[in-house]
Design a protein around this ligand. Sequence first.
Ligand code: FPP
Length: 240
Amino acid sequence: MLDRERIPRHVAIIMDGNGRWAESKGVPRLAGHNAGMKAMKEIVKRAHELGIANLTVYAFSTENWKRSTEEVSGIFRLLITYVKSELKEIMDNNVRIRILGDASAIPRDALKAVEKALRETENNTGLQFNIALNYGSRDEIRRAVEEIAREVGQGKLAPEEITEEMIGDHLFTGKLHEDCGDPELIIRTSGEERLSNFLLWQAAYSEFVFTDTLWPDFTPERFEEAIETYQNRNRRFGGR
Ligand code: FPP
């Protein structure tokens, strides 16, 4: 049973397996992403109901541009559909949408839809839903180093004054950006067991839950099971 008193503050998800799900059904890859978006909607709702403070999803990586133009534009069309069709429910649930990554490079119509959702949900105080878009963790760390190096160059900071906390603050998840901190739990679906350039710095102390379930089949019940797994692991460590 899920312990409602010990819900993780920040859960991050690598939503993997849309392509394989589509293949197994003999439908186009985009139909897999569409089913993936539906699964994502349900997880956002459940995260809200569970009182999770931050949910982060890996929606599009800096490496995903290598996919076909058709697939890339299809994913961004789905993003537009998501923010438009869900905005009312998102507002009703007091969810705040944030973006991790360099959104300036995404197609213009998608950026416009996202910016509208960011503006409209800005003052919501419930679940913060972070969508990693054109996100890569090495790129994120490189940007943080650049910002800090600039301060050093301007004489505002000595190199030996650089702290781990300062580096964390400069990441997209940090206090100077979307401010959601490190995830206690990272879930990856579809049987792959790697980080794929996601939250490398932030994952230092995260618990990992890997499941063979393909992302479109990942239900809110599975989500709760993953949280339960996390809680059981924690409980063991706490006993030591
Ligand atoms: C990974 O599956 C999934 C993606 C690269 C895209 C994730 C997109 C969604 C869940 C739906 C759209 C939602 C938004 C917010 C854009 P894969 O294609 O790598 O699957 P495979 O490894 O089986 O090929």
